[in-house]
Each structure stands twice: as structure tokens, then as C-alpha cells.
Design a protein around this ligand. Sequence first.
Ligand SMILES: O=C(O)CCC(=O)C(=O)O
Ligand SMILES: [Mn+2]
Length: 217
Amino acid sequence: MQLRRCNRAHGPQRQMPSPQSFSFGGELLPTDGSAILVPEFLSASDADQYFQALSAITPWEETALMMFGKRVSEPRLSAWHADPELPYTYSGSERTPQPWNEPLRALREACQTRLDHSFNGVLVNLYRNGHDSMGWHSDDEAVNGPAPVIASISLGTERRFDLRHKQSGDTISVMLPHGSLLVMSGQSQSHWKHRIPKSTRIAEPRINLTFRHLFSS
Ligand SMILES: O=C(O)CCC(=O)C(=O)O
Ligand SMILES: [Mn+2]
């Protein structure tokens, strides 16, 4: 996944408090960065409402990757919402940011308040059922900065989330419940990959939102 650099001054990165200072959530990573899961970040009824609203209003797109010279649709739908000057380049094609809408503004505010960290873009993913997935990757492009803080909200059907250490191959798996928040920070993107594997018995959809703070040079 590649995010385009823009011509703006590099601002200072606000640091999230160290994970140990949180009194909520559980640390998933034994070493080399942090991934904290807050299972009940949203109440069930708020999570239901956000799921319904975002299902209805998100301008879902099917994006494609070039693999061995062939265009292959990604196994999910997605939308990029961000501040206007933050286009997103994905596999060679630029995505113009969609404007912030009310539910996304409210969820961004909730994440910013909880984490004391600012976000200027969100990638919204729709996994229509268990056949949809996201392969192993790190959100480690330069535009994310050296120690990105990624706030990831899950809505809808629970899916498994895997983290794999790049050197040791150690793997950690966790279920991401409806209304949960997963916060990856520190060196986690440099040392770990993550994915949402297929789970073909699942028939119900899941929406995921990854709030990010993009830097430009
Ligand atoms: O769906 C998820 O929980 C993960 C999404 C993700 O890794 C991403 O958007 O980069
Ligand atoms: Mn990711």
C-alpha cells in the first residue's frame, strides 16, 4: 500500500503516550512496538449505528492491483477520506480523498480524544463476507512517519487479525469485536506485518476504519 508524498512542510509528530500509561486495553505485542486492543471502545448500540450509517453513505470502490501484468480486484471494497490535500496512491493509481462525513468526524474525534493524537485521513474497508480479506502488509510507507500511530475501529462481524514478526516469524492472532479499537504504534510497522485472513464460513459483513496521520515533505 503506497501513500503519495505531498509538498507540505514536515510538521512535528505528536507522540502517543507510552502504552504502559494506558489504563485500558491489552498489549498484544511482546516486543518491537505496540498493538493495544480496546474491546469495548464503542457501546454496542453506538457501534450498530455507525455500522448502519457508514454502510449506507460510504462511496465504496473496488480497487485493483497489477499482478504479473494483470489487473486483479482487491478482495474487499474501500474508500479514502482525508483532508483535501492528502491524495492516496494505491498500486499506481491516485485516489482523490473523499470529504469527511459526520460519522467519520465523530469517530476521528473519539480516537483523537482517547489517544491524544491527531489523524488527517482514514481508510474505510468493507469485508463483504469471509471471502474478503487483506493480505500480509505493514503500514510503513515514509508518508506515515517513522513511528506511525494507527487507530483501527472494527464494526460488524468479528474477524481474526494476525500479526507476524518480520524476523522471528512469531505470529499473534486476535479476534476484533464489534466496536473495538486496535491501536498500533511505536516500531510495530517496522517489525511486524498484519493481515485479515479469509474465513470462508463467515457470511456477514465487517467495516474497518484505520485512522492515520500522513506527513508530507
Ligand atoms: O481490517 C483491518 O482490521 C485491517 C486493515 C488494515 O490493515 C489497513 O487498512 O491497512
Ligand atoms: Mn494495515
